[in-house]
Design a binder for this molecule. Sequence first.
Ligand code: FMN
Length: 207
Amino acid sequence: MIIDPSQIDPRNTYQLLIGSIVPRPIAWVSTIASDGTLNLAPFSFFMGVAANPPTLAISCGSRRGTKKDTLANVEQSGELVVNIVVEELGDRMNLTSGEFPPDVDEFQIAGLNPAPCKRVRAPRVAESPINIECVLKQVIYVGNEGSESGLIIAEAVMWHIRDDLLTPENTIDISKLHAIGRLSGNWYTSTHDLYQITRPDTQQPKT
Ligand SMILES: Cc1cc2nc3c(=O)[nH]c(=O)nc-3n(C[C@H](O)[C@H](O)[C@H](O)COP(=O)(O)O)c2cc1C
């Protein structure tokens, strides 16, 4: 089968995207509105972009032509926190994806505790084992007029990591983290079935 995306309904192309790009990590993004309302929502169009300085990107789609609360808050405050979703938080993460008005605090909806951050005003999710405090670098709008996604590019300025997850080499022990990934529809994947593939040793000897 060959599919030309320009010939099919955009809702169907969305299904092709989310069914092909799998599994996807989930950025559970906490922000704060100008009136102080806390906001929390998951985003799986999420990736690391650069290491120096540490930079990540999250794509926030439009909701019937209007900005989602996350994008509005990030643009207004210049800050966000990316919280990592682990297995036991999956149901509560899902609850926060509901379409709530801007004055609704999803921390309360999901029974989660906001904890203070060091460098940003937005709170982190206390229950999440990894929280990354970020400052906004740039929003790039991508897509056709009326349905643009806002690609949030942000610099990570502080990491909170649960003590038992950090190895003596300062790496994260992913076998203990139990992060979940999004597939398509209501399908998710766990990170239990781990295996290693050794990189090819192609580095040329120094002459
Ligand atoms: C696992 C998961 C991943 C999601 N990923 C995205 C995404 O990458 N981009 C997006 O715009 N919406 C995504 N959504 C939907 C948003 O979470 C949803 O629109 C939410 O209501 C946005 O909240 P806000 O208006 O408070 O920002 C996702 C939902 C779930 C459950």
